[in-house]
Ligand binder design. Structure first.
Ligand SMILES: [Zn+2]
Length: 302
């Protein structure tokens, strides 16, 4: 007797394929697609039932009119991990190979005793560092009918299928905290820069750097969050005296940054770097602030 699984709905039991005496067995499954039993409709009897461990090891229970031809007390079958009806669709509807006791889940083989895939995630480390982990070791939370669901930490929408839960799906990982962000903008507030074109370009460059890449990360790491705007004041009067004391200015007070004309000598790149230095002072401690602000310049050296 051979069996031809047709779908997760019906199983044809054939003597010969053209045998008029062929009968059909029907699958019973639960909401998570675990096959829980086989029914012979002609006999109106459940002929086999299945129990599963969380990771999918199956125990076959004898049924009425069992192929063993005797028992119907739902005792454990004498061959407890083999279907008497050669049924291969079991845990999560995965196809189980009776000889190897492995599930063949489209893209990968799954080992229910180890609770591991036997090959790496098809997208490698993109799916996280756990290349062979099955469903983040949480098999009760999901099924993975394609063998593609991540084994790592990051959810990947569209891969795998949430397991049915009467009260709605449980997220596979706790929700991530909202991303921290910082939007730091420099503006010319006032002044009479002698190098307006260069200083405008420097402000633009500084803005671009402070909001991308390593430079942005520096500000995030120094507790910048939300939106902050700083004003560059060329020679604004409260700071003018500084430019007489020293050829270099600059002073960061509240959100105003005073700049002396000598800053123009630094060119666009140099000015951008100095602007970033002054903004960084806002995120640096008073003690050791200079070293801290210099480290921002390093991180922001595009
Ligand atoms: Zn400084």
């Amino acid at each position: 007797m051979t069996i031809v699984p047709q779908s997760l709905g019906q199983l044809h039991v054939n003597g010969e394929l053209d045998d008029a005496g062929d009968s059909s067995l029907y699958y019973l499954h639960d909401a998570n697609f675990n096959v829980t039993g086989l029914v012979d409709r002609a006999e109106t009897a459940v002929v086999e039932r299945y129990m599963y461990e969380p990771y999918g090891r199956v125990t076959v229970l004898n049924g009425a009119d069992d192929a063993d031809e005797s028992v119907n007390d739902w005792s454990v079958d004498s061959d407890p991990d083999t279907s008497d009806w050669s049924n291969e669709l079991l845990y999560c509807g995965y196809r189980r190979d009776a000889e190897s006791a492995l599930y063949h889940v489209r893209n990968r083989y799954y080992h229910p005793t180890l609770g591991r895939w036997l090959s790496r995630d098809t997208i490698g480390y993109m799916g996280g560092i756990h290349l062979v982990a099955y469903l983040l070791n949480s098999p009760l939370k999901a099924t993975d009918p394609e063998g593609l669901l991540y084994g790592g930490d990051q959810p990947q929408p569209g891969r795998g299928r949430p397991r049915y839960e009467p009260n709605g799906p449980t997220p596979l990982t706790p929700p991530l905290p909202p991303p921290r962000w910082a939007n730091i903008q420099l503006q010319v507030h006032s002044g009479d820069s002698c190098c307006k074109e260069d200083s405008d370009a420097a402000i633009k460059a500084a803005n671009q750097r402070m909001n991308t890449g390593k430079c942005k990360q520096w500000f995030l790491d120094h507790d910048a969050s939300g939106s902050d705007t700083y004003h560059i004041n060329f020679h604004s009067s409260p700071f003018k005296v500084m430019c007489y004391i020293t050829p270099m200015w600059t002073w960061a007070l509240s959100h105003d940054i005073g700049v002396c004309k000598s800053a123009c000598d630094y060119g666009v790149d140099g000015m951008a770097s100095l602007f970033i230095h002054e903004v960084a002072h806002h995120y640096c401690p008073v003690l050791g602030g200079e070293e801290c602000a210099v480290s921002a310049q390093e991180a922001c050296r595009d």
